[in-house]
Design a protein around this ligand. Structure first.
Ligand code: BGC
Length: 392
């Protein structure tokens, strides 16, 4: 065969191979079937703040059909569609259909909370010899970053590639002195959803002056889904935590770290959330249910480790979380009372949602025995939490 013939034979074989390959792919997606699944992020307008700032909402969809809607107000997770054991999708988070809902008394539905998620006792802390005074927005204490914390701020958004996949990066610059905290702080929160139904939240920050920092996400989950919403007492919870931080009657840690053994705090094996929630245990009484920080069992500090699992027996949905954080606030929705009318016009009644807020321990700036939450000038802050959804 001369060289001209050889080249044309190779060319014809290459074309034929491409045609056959293409037919195989096409035959998997016959006419009339949905478009080829892919990871995708789509932006849409979601309204305006009372001061006229435009808010966008981004829908992250994966190849398995799961989706997460996240908006630039509060970096809030507005909805999360997850499959049950029969493959039916439903929204498993609490929130509102429209932006306006989030302006009146949202109990931090879906939000990023900061600078300091959870409570700081007496709304005060001392740092480098200076006393800082914060707003008392929860009895005598400061809660979730103050009167206008990160959940009430407008974040900048851009779609980026993260670990080879599209992701949503939200950023916010908190000015020096905002809500009483020192230092100008730049925060980035990246949400990504992969094809294994894992929603990952990655937090980064840098400051020009030392400041306490404790960022978390405050999504309320209900794995029954919105179509069959009810309380969360039948959900079975496992926590990878042998210890927890007991609280005083204003929900500030006493500073002790106690064993969960023999108490209603023991979720080292699965228990329905409602099983021991009405017990006479003094800690449960103080919390009005579960509203406590659990100390996660870590082999290596800052490593992404298994934090816990929630299983909802009727739908079969399972939520597992992994985190680099040392603790998790397990909150059983004790302050929900039906006054928040959420998605689909559903009134969110007592204990209709639970939160697993991965975090540093509450009141750490005033508890030197707890892992430090101080971010120093030019240090890199980096935390990761991953929520994995499945069904059985
Ligand atoms: C706190 C609860 C509080 C809820 C909503 C949780 O993180 O632990 O006490 O009611 O947030 O503000």
């Amino acid at each position: 065969m001369n060289s001209k013939k050889l080249v044309s034979t190779i060319f014809i074989m290459a074309v034929m191979t491409l045609v056959v390959l293409n037919m195989t792919v096409e035959s998997m997606y016959a006419a009339g079937e949905p478009a080829r699944p892919q990871l995708d992020i789509v932006k849409a307008p979601f309204g305006e703040t009372p001061s006229g700032e435009a808010i966008d909402i981004y829908t992250l969809t994966n190849a398995a059909g799961m989706s997460a809607r996240i908006m630039t107000y509060g970096a809030i997770v507005v909805s999360l569609q997850a499959p049950d054991r029969d493959g039916n999708f439903d929204d498993v988070t609490l929130g509102f259909d429209t932006l306006d809902g989030y302006f009146k008394d949202s109990p931090y539905f879906g939000a990023i909370v900061g600078r300091y998620g959870n409570r700081i006792g007496d709304a005060k802390f001392v740092l480098d010899g200076e006393t800082y005074t914060l707003a008392r927005n929860n009895g005598p204490n400061a809660l979730h970053g103050g009167v206008a914390g990160f959940d009430k701020r407008v974040w900048d958004a851009k779609v980026v590639r993260h670990n080879g996949q599209p992701a949503l990066e939200l950023s916010y610059v908190s000015e020096d002195g905002e809500e009483g905290y020192p230092g100008k702080l730049r925060c980035e929160v990246t949400y990504s959803l992969n094809n294994q139904n894992e929603l990952t939240i990655e937090y980064r920050a840098k400051t020009n002056e030392a400041t306490p920092l404790n960022l978390t996400n405050h999504t309320y989950f209900n794995l029954r889904g919105h179509q069959r919403l009810g309380d969360i007492l039948g959900h079975e919870l496992t926590l990878n935590a042998n210890w927890y931080t007991p609280v005083d009657d204003t929900l500030i840690p006493t500073g002790e770290i106690l064993s969960v053994k023999g108490t209603p705090m023991d979720f080292t094996s699965p228990h329905p959330i409602g099983e021991r929630i009405n017990s006479d245990d003094p800690q449960i009484k103080i919390g009005g249910g579960y509203d406590h920080n659990f100390v996660l069992n870590k082999i290596e500090a800052d490593a992404l480790t298994f934090g816990g699992r929630v299983y909802e027996p009727e739908s079969g949905r399972v939520l597992e979380f992994y985190t680099t954080q040392p603790g998790v606030q397990f909150y059983s929705g004790n302050f929900l009372d039906g006054s928040n009318v959420g998605k689909g016009g559903v009134a969110y009644q007592y204990r209709y949602g639970f939160c697993l807020e991965t975090q540093h321990f509450p009141d750490s700036p005033n508890k030197s025995q707890f892992p430090s939450t101080i971010l120093h000038k030019n240090e890199d802050y980096h935390q990761v939490t991953m929520y994995r959804f499945s069904a059985r």
